[in-house]
Ligand binder design. Sequence first.
Ligand code: UT7
Length: 327
Amino acid sequence: MNTSNARITAIGSYVPKKRLTNNDLEALVDTNDEWIVQRTGIKERRIAADNEYTSDISIKAVENLIERYQKTVDDVDMIIVCTMTPDFKTPSVAALVQAKLGIKNTGAIDLNAACAGFAYGLHVANGLVSAGLHRKVLVIGAETFSKIIDYSDRTTCILFGDGGGAVLVEYDEQQPSFIASHMGTDGILGKNLYCTDLSDSMFGEELPVNGFIAQNGREVYKWAVNTVPKGMEALMGKTELKLDEVDWFVPHSANLRIIESICSRSGLPLERAIYSLEHFGNTSAATIPLSLDKGVREGKIQRDDKLLLYGFGGGLTHAGLLINWSL
Ligand code: UT7
């Protein structure tokens, strides 16, 4: 078990107003509500306005955090935005957030670990704060996947949505939040989930490239349901805690069938899983903070609850964290 001196002290979230329902998608591609709900559990997703970007969503999530917890972010000394849909290649979303919020003395970086991004972002923040390098880190998971979706591709457009969440990680050696972490990567499988407009072949293969997200869903599905339960076991093995002492499982919300399979393979009751996919779809790095905030707002997640967060996706990469909820 690692020593943590870092505590999660606030959370906020935001989703765009526009809803895209399964019925709306029936008008765009050859699909139907029954297929989507049965295969994924998704009913609708939120879509950013044409002039609404990942930085706008990030800022609104932070504003929500400030309003609810009366926390100032003026003294934040590192901003980490976990995203794979930045406004620009440069400047980073984190730098745009710094500018808009007027934070004076802070570092700013984007972190791209696709759908596992937020779990990685929290891990990095815990490391920076616990090592005494930073005192107050803003970790944001935000995406505008609608900007990289081909709305004529039924294999992807039914899955993804837009949204964001933010947490503050502060120095606190008395009540640290972070209990243990586990992560791994299978880069060789990266060709199963990619987004590029480079015409060169990827991974030595001629894959279709058009700047939109492309996924071999079946392969990613198999990888996720095999990898995550083993990762959870390895994570729990680093602690004295048993899986039945975990109050809430907060996995990446890609697909309810994946969550059901992970729960059944791990022996965790599905009722202990909190997910955000039903109304927001797969929001990549934003799913875990959106689920966390949903759990908090619904009164499910309580102070001192043990949470198991597990992100997985593009890379392919995965990251799990065991957390003592501290709000
Ligand atoms: O967040 C990053 C990580 N990503 C994931 O974890 C996603 C992992 N994968 C999945 O969630 C699932 O594989 C999907 C939801 C993407 C697809 O579900 P599936 O049960 O694996 O379906 P499939 O790809 O095996 O396709 C089954 C059938 C195919 O038709 P045939 O070949 O059996 O005739 C597809 O062409 O369903 C067809 N299909 C659709 N039918 C209606 C594919 N997309 C659709 C659609 N509507 N939207």
